[in-house]
Ligand binder design. Sequence first.
Ligand SMILES: NC(=O)c1ccc[n+]([C@@H]2O[C@H](COP(=O)([O-])OP(=O)(O)OC[C@H]3O[C@@H](n4cnc5c(N)ncnc54)[C@H](OP(=O)(O)O)[C@@H]3O)[C@@H](O)[C@H]2O)c1
Length: 245
Amino acid sequence: MKTVLVTGATGTLGTPTARTVKDAGYRVRALSRKSGDGLTTGDLLTGEGIPEAIEDVDTVVHLATGSRDVEQAKAAIDACRDAGIAHFVLISIVGIESIPLGYYKGKVEIEKYLEKSRVPFSIVRATQFHQFVDGIFSAQRFLPLIVAPKFSFQPISTDDVATRLVELVGSAPAGRVADIGGPESLTATELAQKWKNSNGSRRAIWTANMPGKIVKGYAAGHNLVPGRPYGTSTFDEFLRDKYGK
Ligand SMILES: NC(=O)c1ccc[n+]([C@@H]2O[C@H](COP(=O)([O-])OP(=O)(O)OC[C@H]3O[C@@H](n4cnc5c(N)ncnc54)[C@H](OP(=O)(O)O)[C@@H]3O)[C@@H](O)[C@H]2O)c1
């Protein structure tokens, strides 16, 4: 039986991924800086616990992130190279070279570092998670209006992303594989309307045409995946699960 180390296993994507890896019949090690039931303790920034966490592991699924995303990822890749890990599976984000966000520039750097590392790897880029889109509107709960940028998202469920990650765990290292997105591309205004209905909010939605290169990148659709979608679970389903309507 393969042993799979999931970094970021307590996070939004890591939680369903660790569960899906386990359900698929693999032995799972769920890395966290915390200690607790079912967790393997380690910190990618200090290095504490990492050699032990990685010992006898076949595949690493790297989902940990934070304000020092690049440093964390490089540390994980270096540890895998030193330990001779057979497969490093990396989650990344659709459109990272076309939308000039600092966090996205870091993702490009991480992908390049992995490609040059000699660690056998698979990289899959996903669109924004349902939780991310929900977060945009939830963060505005004290504003008199709901502001929606004038571009679209194609939100995907973290369960669907987890399913794809586990498919990659079960396959040979494949390099960069096809991007994945959710079942629907919707304008932020349409998503705001759904969020508003679920939350029973009476606030008006304001579609804001914002300036700047970042917005331009989103408005050009660089965060979307054309063609047949991978994800099947909709934003409506996510909202129903979270808010009950
Ligand atoms: N959000 C989106 O819409 C989206 C879309 C596509 C791709 N992604 C990518 O998906 C990945 C996962 O995102 P997420 O939203 O699930 O992240 P998240 O919920 O913020 O979780 C971050 C995880 O990183 C772990 N972590 C942080 N610092 C660490 C350290 N020094 N050492 C070890 N672990 C550390 C945390 O574990 P502890 O706190 O337990 O230590 C936590 O489990 C990221 O790479 C993100 O860029 C996100």
